[in-house]
Every structure is written in C-alpha cells, then in structure tokens.
Design a protein around this ligand. Structure first.
Ligand SMILES: *Cc1c(COP(=O)(O)O)cnc(C)c1O
Length: 321
C-alpha cells in the first residue's frame, strides 16, 4: 500500500535524525475523563504547534545560501511562525504571506519571530499567488505549509514519537487540513503498526481535503470563518504529495461542527488546564460527539495552542448554553 508514495518511513527516520536535537519531545497524557483516550500534547512544541517539525526539516534540507536569500510561504499562521523561527535559527530570512482571514494574534506572532509579513487577499489561494510572484521575481524559495516531501517527513517524526509511548494504538485521530500532518503521521504509524486506524478530522465548514477525497481529485471549497481556523484553506489544484498520501493511508475522515469543537476545547481545558486552539480539539470533538468510539488506545493529536485569548474566553463563556 505504501510503495510508491512520495514520503516513506525512511524519509521520516532521516528527518528525525536531522531535527531531533532542535525540536521538543512532547508529552502524551491519558485523558482522565475518557477511558482509552490519550492526548499527544504537541501544542507544547516550539512556536506552539507541530509545524515547527516540518519547517525545520525543510530549511535544514536547503543549502545555507538559499536560506540566507530567503524562504517564503503562505500560511494560516502556525507554519509561518514555524518557518520564521526555523529560518532565523539557520541564519536566514523568512517572508510570510497571509490572507486577511488570519487572526491578528497570529500575524503579530509571525512578526515577533522576525519574519517579514505581507497581508494579501481574502483567501489562502490569493496568498499563495503572492508566494509564486516572490519566487519568480525575487528569487526566494518556497517552503509550503503541507504539500512538500521534506515538510511531510518532518511532520512524520510526530508519528514516530507517538509510537515510543504507545507502540500499537487502536486509532490515531489527526487534525486534517492540507494533509501534511496526516500524511507524515500515517506513513510513520502504518509502517510500524499496520493495524492502527488513521482517522483525519476536519471542521464541517470548508473541509477541502475531505471534499477532495470524496471527489477523487483536488477540489476547491469556500473558505468560512471557523474556530478551527488553522484547518482553513485549499489543498492546491496541483497537489503533488498530500492528496495521494491521504487517499492511500487514511482509513476515515470525520467532520465536526463548531459547537462540537467548542465543547472539546472546554473539555481539554478542564483536563489539562491548557488553552488549545480549535484545530487541536477536533479529535476530541469527534469522540465526545459520539462520531468516533475510542478503542483501548486511541491517540488524539492536540496539534496547536495558538488561539486568540478573546476567542478562548468566548468559548469558555459559552459553557452554560
Ligand atoms: C496546520 C495545522 C493543522 C493541519 O495540518 P495540515 O498538515 O495542513 O493538515 C492542524 N492543527 C494545527 C494547529 C495546525 O497549525
């Protein structure tokens, strides 16, 4: 099943060797209120999300002079932060193109990490057009947020780390947007534990990979505001890596509502004391809503913590509804 896919377990092991000393090994906790459910607390990663794994692997795979001239990306925030930090650590320059939908706290965080920010357009696709222009006219090098073999291999190191704490999970629930995380984690986990079910979870509002998998080819969906804003954006009409990998490796894709995401954010806050972003809570949303029944060892990837404080306060305040 995995032969011929763009990223294999060997690529992921090489990524682990390359980035192992730069990334944090994040904790895995049993959920005290949901028997069988474990929480991989990847929101404690450097820059607050797993994206630092893929960005670091991609930057270190480039020649230093290329990183010095500049790397560029379009990103809904977390990849931009990760690339800013990764490029800075390598002594290079990062340019980040963001759409107007990206929350203000995420834009400022990218600037604070030393990247040059360009706000362009109202969609991920428009931000990506600016990236193409910077590559063609300014000689910058694109590090995409998901559709890139080095990025996927970096995200896959999270899968290897899960297996250290839990060698044969019954299922892994992966937040799913462009599919870089799901592709890498699935390639790592399926290689070592073929019986593990890999389940992608997206929000009902604007789930581009779910729509594309259902259509059998990359399709566009309307971008809408959602609590899981890190899961917004398309997968790219010319998708080369993640569509094929998600099609081959995901056993199921589940969609959750805004109310279910909010309830899951409150649940995770109650059991960990931490504020995670909506995208990080979709696995719990799938379980708490009864859409997925957890087996004896079900791992939820809590993917990021970059939530605007006012958003989190509003979600907590809705508790009584
Ligand atoms: C980017 C992101 C995702 C989705 O990752 P993809 O590789 O695009 O599927 C999920 N959660 C968080 C916090 C993210 O930043």
């Amino acid at each position: 099943m995995m032969a011929g896919l763009p990223v294999t377990i060997n690529d992921i092991r090489m990524a682990e060797a390359r980035i192992g000393t730069l990334i944090r090994r994040t904790p895995m906790l049993a959920d005290p209120r949901l028997p069988g459910v474990r929480m991989k607390q990847e929101y404690r990663q450097e820059t607050g999300a797993f994206k630092f794994r893929g960005a670091t692997n991609a930057v270190l795979a480039l020649p230093p002079e290329v990183v010095a001239r500049g790397v560029v990306t379009a990103s809904t925030g977390n990849h931009g932060r990760a690339l800013a930090r990764a490029a800075g650590a390598a002594g290079g320059r990062a340019v980040v193109c963001l759409s107007r939908l990206v929350p203000a706290n995420k834009v400022q965080a990218v600037r604070d990490l030393g990247a040059e920010v360009r706000i362009v357009g109202r969609s991920q696709d428009e931000a990506m057009a600016e990236v193409a222009r910077a590559v063609a006219e300014e000689g910058l090098t694109e590090v995409p947020p998901f559709d890139d073999a080095a990025v996927v291999a970096g995200q896959g190191t999270l899968g290897l780390e899960i297996l250290v704490d839990c060698p044969a999970p019954s299922a892994v629930l992966v937040p799913l947007s462009g599919g870089g995380l799901a592709s890498g984690v699935a390639a790592a986990v399926k290689a070592r534990s073929p019986a593990t079910r890999l389940i992608g979870v997206s929000m009902e509002r604007g789930a581009a990979m779910a729509a594309s998998l259902a259509a059998g080819r990359p399709v566009e969906v309307e971008e809408e505001p959602t609590l899981a804003d890190s899961l917004g954006g398309g997968i790219g009409a010319g998708n080369r890596v993640t569509f094929a990998m998600c099609r081959a490796l995901l056993d199921d894709v589940i969609l959750v509502t805004e109310e279910e995401i909010a309830a899951a954010m409150r649940h995770i806050h109650a059991v960990t004391g931490d504020a995670v972003e909506g995208a990080a809570a979709v696995g719990h949303a799938a379980i708490l809503s009864g859409r997925v029944s957890p087996g004896p060892d079900t791992v939820c990837i809590l993917s990021g913590a970059n939530v605007a404080p006012e958003t989190f306060v509003r979600v907590l305040g809705d508790q009584t509804r």
